[in-house]
Write a protein of this length. Structure first.
Length: 262
């Protein structure tokens, strides 16, 4: 194995062993990168309007973008003291409303607002203010959900009713961060979409050429451009990804009609 370095330094034997069959250059290739320490690592994630309810039944609607999905499970990263986190801990229900890029102005109207009263000190320092009616503030319309108490956002092309299955603390190894952030594992129970984002000729597929999610990148809002290259993974039939949580979601089909609670 050849390891070429600009100053003739060689990596430790243990590190070199990891580079089997790899030729490493620290000349021109290394010069292409500069070490930095950004305060956030939001390289581009979808915006989610997360609707929850508190113990009094008051609805909260919060924009967030620390979210990703695996099958019909989602992982949501939230500040432990936020109103949304408190509501999720108490009621364990939510709706993940996905706005399109056309709803950027509505989402931005929710910036620097919180359902907490009084405003937590950390948020107060950043300019947040209490807003009791987030839907009215954003100019959005609440519609009843089928399996959870929080409402869906009518204007969002995609809404997903979900329940909390687990809560994972983040950075428990660091005393300075311990208890500050929680990761909520949610299980989706219903998916509702606008017909104009469905793939023609199919029942259960989203057309990525029609779906234009709102993206948060380093605190700024962006849309999604057209496909830049054909995807080999797209050759796998989507039905092969269908997991047991889809069947499980059907088990509660009549949850609200028969008056039962989770």
């Amino acid at each position: 194995m050849l390891i070429a370095t600009s100053d003739s330094r060689q990596p430790p034997a243990r590190e070199a062993a990891k580079l089997t069959n790899v030729t490493v250059s620290t000349t021109a290739a290394e010069a292409a990168h500069t070490r930095i320490e950004p305060g956030i690592l939001y390289f581009g994630t979808p915006v989610v309007l997360l609707s929850t309810v508190d113990q009094a039944g008051t609805v909260n609607l919060a924009p967030m973008s620390s979210a990703f999905w695996l099958g019909w499970r989602g992982m949501l990263g939230l500040g432990a003291k936020s109103k949304t986190a408190q509501n999720l801990m108490r009621n364990r229900e939510c709706v993940l409303n996905l706005p399109s890029d056309a709803l950027a102005a509505a989402v931005d109207r929710l910036a620097l607002t919180t359902g907490s009263d009084p405003v937590p000190s950390r948020k107060y320092e950043r300019g947040y203010r209490h807003e009791p009616d987030k839907f009215a503030r954003a100019g959005l319309t609440p519609v009843a959900s089928e399996t959870v108490r929080p409402p869906r956002v009518a204007e969002c092309p995609v809404t997903m009713e979900a329940v909390v299955e687990a809560v994972h603390p983040l950075a428990e190894d660091d005393p300075k961060q311990r208890g500050g952030v929680l990761v909520f594992e949610v299980r989706v129970q219903r998916v509702h979409v606008h017909d104009d984002v469905r793939m023609p000729g199919t029942e259960d597929r989203i057309d990525p050429d029609r779906w234009r999610p709102l993206i948060m990148s380093f605190q700024k809002l962006y849309g999604l451009g057209p496909q830049v290259h054909p995807s080999t993974l797209a050759k796998i039939p989507e039905r092969l990804y269908r997991g047991p949580d889809i069947e499980r979601s059907r088990a509660n089909e009549n949850r609200f009609t028969n008056g039962s609670q989770r």
